[in-house]
Design a protein around this ligand. Structure first.
Ligand code: GCU
Length: 687
């Protein structure tokens, strides 16, 4: 293949030379750019974002046609392609219609934002968009809230670095203790996100430090500069705020939501913020969680806290994303009555129906914390009268730190498609889109995920982790999309012209890489087993006697957490039927979640017919074999890729092999030492 251009003219002009173009190299626009294209957007009093997106559509078409021999033409000049804003019956500003007949390809939308998504649809289709006939196809996002949360700090945190749980270098927004002067790269990021379907970004860490609190104060104009860069791509900016802001910034002595001065402070802060960023999306907040301040200190509930902020932002059309990641992080491991998995439900479900209309309660997809395999959070299905948003992690905090090749599309697809009330019932994605079966259909919480992007030249540390960012956007737009087809889109857009061998190798490496990672790390839904704090590498007892509430209780007889109603923590009672019963019994619990719900002997026989301990040995040996095979496949294909990218991937594979081997040996030895049972097949287990 011809290597994708390493830079774009815009980047070169900005002196930002060493950035891989990710999924929008100029060559990805070859098919569209070779056509005669008409853009018709009626002159009208568009809102600022729509007006700017209109400019973006025109600029994209102009650049593509200039680069690839096409032309921008008038409607009467017999165009090959028409991109037109026209009245639409549903008026969803993001939807578009695609049709091809009589030799002409048309995208129509009610708003320039829909047109931009339609334009990128044509780019994805390539030549296929201009061949034969296409029936009328309407494309609309599953939910209007498709968000990325950045855990970026302005100040470099002494332990967490600049980007909390980031493995892609520093922040793209901040450097040297302030917002970057040159935001060119943020603009390119915005373009990538728009092409994937993301429409909201929060720009600072949910753990809000003192400096970052000032984004509501003297640093507000700086936040506004970032919002200005996202806006032309249809992306709304949100800020993470500290519950303690009235004290930190306002000099008040309290943050009590019942205090009139506190309420006034937030209302005035909101007035100020929206004056600077008139279309700000709202505030994201982590309160009473892992040491962050919150309403509990004043004897108030999360509903009291969320509703107070909601009242402040409501006049501006703002949203409050109130995170449900609330649990006791100072638990005594001796206390067997507390089960961290139960916490989100316990804290939030009692308040169902009391949250203001502009509050989204943002719940992590699992009850613990972004593990390679954990059950789905029952809290998501238990609040029909609340806007429930679901939070994911694109960054791979527990999945290899973007050193391991791990494609998450299949994992997310499985989670988003989880049918909470049994086969055929509404899914996790449906609930997030307002489709709770007992809801009124209006309570849309949407989908959010922690970004994996930094100032790394490949954006994401491991160049293939870009596929996760792309897939996140595409799956929020259409949770039912086939994640392997989405991966194929990413390949086409990122490496246009890549031959069959290169494509086949990427699929061989990535298609089942989530399952591979699971095979050499924590087995059967047992969770954690990672090194404390860094969350990288094996440490089976690392969290066992800590205050964090994440235990597996391994002893000489067995392992796993009894979360049953009959004999355990009672967590299974939080699920609706049929899952409350499916998970209750080891006879019906799916193998992959057995140790999440049950404490069983090492000799317990899985549905697969293998004992737990033998399963651990088999999967861990096999997991490393799969990594070695992926590395070897890569070695054969690396020459098809740009050299710098190939070098980075090769380097990452060396580390993945080392780390996977470490995981295999540590976990196998751990199970051997606890059970005294050797491998049936006599493979090497260290004693
Ligand atoms: C995890 C993660 C933290 C993060 C937290 C959160 O616990 O390790 O770094 O702050 O999740 O989601 O708020």
């Amino acid at each position: 293949m011809s290597a994708p251009a390493g830079t774009t003219p815009a980047a070169a002009a900005a002196g930002d030379l060493a950035v891989h173009p990710a999924w929008l190299p100029d060559a990805a626009f070859a098919a569209l750019g070779a056509r005669r294209v008409t853009v018709e957007i009626p002159a009208r009093e568009w809102p600022a974002m729509s007006a700017q997106v209109a400019q973006t559509v025109r600029a994209e078409v102009a650049a593509a046609t200039a680069a690839h021999g096409g032309a921008v033409v008038g409607a009467h000049e017999d165009p090959d392609v028409v991109l037109a804003v026209v009245p639409h019956s549903d008026n969803d500003p993001e939807s578009f219609v695609f049709v091809r007949d009589a030799g002409s390809t048309r995208i129509t939308a009610a708003d320039p934002r829909g047109l931009l998504y339609g334009l990128f649809h044509l780019v994805r289709l390539g030549e296929a968009a201009f061949e034969g006939e296409h029936e009328v196809e309407r494309h609309a996002p599953h939910t209007p809230l498709r968000m990325l949360n950045h855990w970026d700090n302005i100040a470099v945190h002494p332990v967490m670095g600049q980007v909390e749980r980031g493995d892609s270098g520093g922040s793209i927004f901040y450097a040297d203790g302030k917002v970057r002067a040159d935001l060119t790269r943020v603009g390119r990021y915005a373009r990538l996100l728009a092409a994937a379907g993301v429409n909201r970004v929060s720009i600072n860490n949910v753990n809000v430090g003192h400096l970052e609190t000032r984004l509501l104060g003297d640093l507000l104009p700086e936040a506004a500069r970032i919002a200005d860069v996202f806006r032309p791509y249809g992306i709304t900016t949100h800020l993470s705020v500290s519950w303690a802001a009235p004290v930190r910034l306002g000099g008040l002595t309290t943050s009590d939501p019942a205090d009139a001065d506190v309420r006034r402070w937030w209302a005035e802060a909101a007035d100020r913020v929206w004056a600077a960023i008139p279309d700000l999306g709202g505030f994201v907040i982590k309160a009473d969680s892992e040491g962050q301040p919150g309403p509990f200190a004043y004897g108030r509930s999360h509903a009291d806290g969320a509703n107070m902020l909601a009242a402040a932002v409501a006049p501006h059309g703002g949203l409050i994303h109130w995170r449900a990641f609330v649990y006791d992080h100072e638990q005594d491991w001796r206390d067997r009555s507390t089960d961290r998995a139960k916490a989100a439900y316990q804290h939030f479900v009692p308040h169902d129906g009391t949250f203001a209309d502009n509050v989204v309660v943002q719940v992590k997809h699992g009850p613990l914390d972004f593990q390679v395999r954990e059950a789905v959070s029952p809290a998501i299905a238990a609040m029909p009268r609340t806007r429930v948003g679901v939070e994911f992690q694109v960054t791979t905090e527990y999945l290899g730190h973007q050193k391991h090749a791990v494609y998450l599309g299949r994992m997310w697809s499985e989670l988003l498609g989880f049918a909470y009330w049994g086969p055929g019932s509404p899914t996790m994605a449906d609930v997030a889109a307002g489709g709770h079966p007992d809801g009124d259909g209006t309570r849309i919480g949407g989908l959010a995920a922690v970004s994996n992007v930094g100032d790394d030249e490949f954006w994401t540390g491991h160049p293939f982790a870009q596929a996760n960012l792309y897939a996140w956007g595409r799956l929020t737009w259409n949770p039912g999309a086939d994640p392997i087809a989405v991966l194929d889109e990413w390949i086409d857009l990122t490496f246009p012209g890549l031959g069959d061998q290169g494509r086949e190798v990427l699929h061989r490496i990535l298609d089942e890489s989530w399952e591979t990672y699971e095979r050499y790390t924590a087995p059967l839904g047992v969770c954690f087993m990672v090194s404390p704090h860094s969350h990288y590498g094996p440490s089976p007892d690392g969290y066992e006697y800590t205050p964090w509430g994440t235990y597996h209780f391994a002893d000489r007889d067995g392992i796993g957490v009894d979360r049953t109603r009959a004999t355990g923590s009672g967590f299974t009672a939080q699920y609706p039927a049929p899952w409350r019963d499916v998970y209750e019994s080891p006879q019906t619990c799916p193998d992959e979640l057995l140790l999440f719900f049950h404490h069983v002997p090492y000799t317990h026989v899985l549905h697969s017919g293998t004992s737990v301990v033998q399963h651990v040995y088999d999967t861990h040996f096999d997991g490393v074999e799969r990594v070695l095979a992926a590395r070897d496949a890569w070695a054969e294909a690396a020459g098809h890729f740009p050299a710098a990218l190939a070098d980075r991937v090769t380097e990452r594979f060396a580390e993945q092999v080392r780390s996977a081997t470490d995981w295999r040996d540590v976990v196998n030895t751990y199970f051997f030492r606890h059970s005294g049972i050797g491998d049936e097949r006599g493979r090497a287990i260290y004693r």
